[in-house]
Structure formats: C-alpha cells, structure tokens
Design a protein around this ligand. Structure first.
Ligand SMILES: O=C[C@H](O)COP(=O)(O)O
Length: 313
C-alpha cells in the first residue's frame, strides 16, 4: 500500500500542473484551531522529574547557531567547545550551525566530539542567487566538512506559484549534499498563510528534504508554536502516506527553557514520540543553551548560578 502511494506521489512532480494541483488539493489549515491547539499545548505543565529529563533532551537537540557578519574563527571555536562539553554533566548539543566560510573551523574544533557541523547555504538568508551559485555554495560547505546543510527555499518563486522551480532547486541542492543531510528552510514568516506553510512543507518533503525548518532567524515572526504545529502535522501525514520520516527544526526566537519545553510537548502531541530524538527534531537557536543550562543547575541545586557562571554565546 505504502509503495503504491509513494509511486503516485513521485508522479506528482512530473509537471507543474500536477504539482500545483496536488499542493492546492491538500486540506486547508484551520487557522483559529491551529492557534488554539498550539496555545493550549503551550500551557501544559510537566513534573519536576520529567522536567530534568526534558531539559537534557532539549540540550541534546540544540543546533547551536551563530549567523552574524561579525562571526570570527575564535567565536566559533569557543561555541564548539561549549557545544561538545556544556559542563556539569550536561549532554552535548546536536550540531553547531555556521556560515559556509566557518565550516572548516567548526569541523576541526568538533572532530571526534559527536557534534555535527551544520552550514547554512544557497545564498542564505534571502536565497536570491542563481541555482549554479546555490549548488556551488552547498558543495563547498560539504567539501569543507559540513555534515548538514540548511538551505533556504526561493520564497519569491513559491509565492508566485512557481512550485516547480522551488522543487527543482531542492532536488539539485540535495544532490550536491552527497551524504550530508539536507534541512530545507521555509521562512514561514514570509509565507503569509498556514496553508502555504503546509504546501511548502509537502513540497520540500516531496523534493527530498531530510528535515524541514521554519526560519532563518532573520525574519519575524520565526518559529511560532502554530507554524511548528502545522509542520509537525505535515511530517506525520507524509510518513503515514509514504513511510519516510522527515525531521523538523523550529529556529529563530527560541530563547528560554519554557520555549524549548513547549516545543517538546508539541512534538509529542502532534507527531509522536518517534520524533523526540535529536535525529528527528532540532531546536535552532543562538542563546537558548544558556537558559537550559541555568534551569538545569537550578533543578539540581535549588539555586541559580551567578550570571557569569555560563559563558555567553
Ligand atoms: O537557526 C537559528 C537561528 O538563526 C537562530 O535564531 P535566534 O538568534 O533567534 O536564536
């Protein structure tokens, strides 16, 4: 059954018309219902023992990120040291995410640590360049040691209905990734509607995304609970239909332990606990790790450490 459906989905992209018909044939998202459900799940409280486990799980899912024009090799090395050994027995994070020119620095600093090197690519964050440049950006990052590539979709093409262009770019970038995993950033803050978030999620998955990611962190709103919910529904439904599991990465604006735990509740309730591992769920964030470490220490000792105890990101 699954293979028949997979085959029919493969045909979906055989022409622009069939792709459009498929994406516009997806059920519409009930915006009010999605907002209410996300808000309701965000109020769930968890017991202290479960909280300690949730904090460590969240730390292990962090893609510790720096994407600033002012980034230096020194800053990236310091981040990598913290990513691999956050301190006080906390688990290592999932990945360090940097611009392509800093991949080699991160790869050297993280060698043997188990922490992956992720690189944004494809003319991040706007995606406004030729396909040739995007593919080369990707190939260079992979050659420098990236284990994971975070590409952006062409939002202009998507919003003007040129789904084939978006699809073909993802397929080409996926090919340039080789063994590296591909995360496809939808930039949901520019997609206007939840229906578009659902369509872009399916488009990325059909084209071969290993992960779908909400945002670049450069556009607001970024990873709202509602868009994460819509994307979790999409990966759940995609797996039901094809048998292939795709990961989810909310990114941008996730700053506190509360934000992180709300995301874990969403994953558990919407996609299911098979997504509750760093293999299938990531939190893209520049500063949440410090708060997770502070709350972790508070739970263990009953008090907060001084403000200079944790290195600043
Ligand atoms: O992918 C991650 C984002 O770029 C980080 O955004 P943030 O600085 O809001 O945590």
């Amino acid at each position: 059954m699954v293979s028949t459906l997979t085959t029919s989905l493969a045909d979906v992209a055989s022409s622009g018309a069939t792709l459009r018909a498929f994406l516009h044939g997806l059920p519409g998202v009930d915006r009010v219902g999605a907002d209410q459900r996300a808000a309701m799940l965000g109020t769930r409280s968890i017991k202290t023992t479960a909280k300690a486990h949730a904090i460590d799980l969240a730390i292990s899912m962090v893609d510790l990120t720096t994407l600033e024009g002012a980034d230096t090799p020194g800053k990236v090395r310091a981040m990598c040291a913290k990513a691999a050994h956050p301190g006080d027995g906390a688990p290592r994070v999932a990945a360090v995410c940097v611009y392509p020119d800093l991949v080699a620095v991160a790869a050297e600093a993280l060698a043997g640590s188990g922490v992956k090197v992720a690189s944004v690519a494809t003319a991040f964050p706007s995606g406004r360049s030729s396909l040739e440049v995007k593919v080369s950006d990707t190939a260079l990052a992979v050659a420098a040691g990236a284990d994971e590539i975070d590409m952006v979709i062409d939002r202009g093409a998507f919003l003007s209905g040129d789904y084939t262009k978006v699809y073909e770019e993802i397929v080409a970038v996926k090919a340039a990734c080789g063994d590296a995993h591909l995360k496809v950033i939808l930039e949901t803050g520019e997609l206007s509607t939840y229906d578009n978030v659902r369509r872009a999620s399916w488009l990325a998955m059909l084209a071969g995304a290993d992960f779908i990611k909400t945002s670049t962190g450069k556009v607001s709103p970024a990873a709202t609970p509602s868009v994460t919910l819509v994307m979790l529904e999409a990966v759940r439904d995609f797996r039901d239909r094809t048998g292939r599991q795709v990961g989810v990465k909310p990114a941008g604006g996730i700053r506190t332990t509360k934000d992180a735990i709300k995301n874990l509740v969403l994953v558990n309730e919407i996609a299911g606990d098979e997504w509750l591992t760093p293999e299938w769920f990531r939190l893209g964030a520049s500063s949440v790790l410090n708060d997770l470490l502070m709350q972790r220490q508070k739970l263990a000792t009953g008090r907060y450490a001084g403000p200079d105890y944790f290195t600043l990101d």
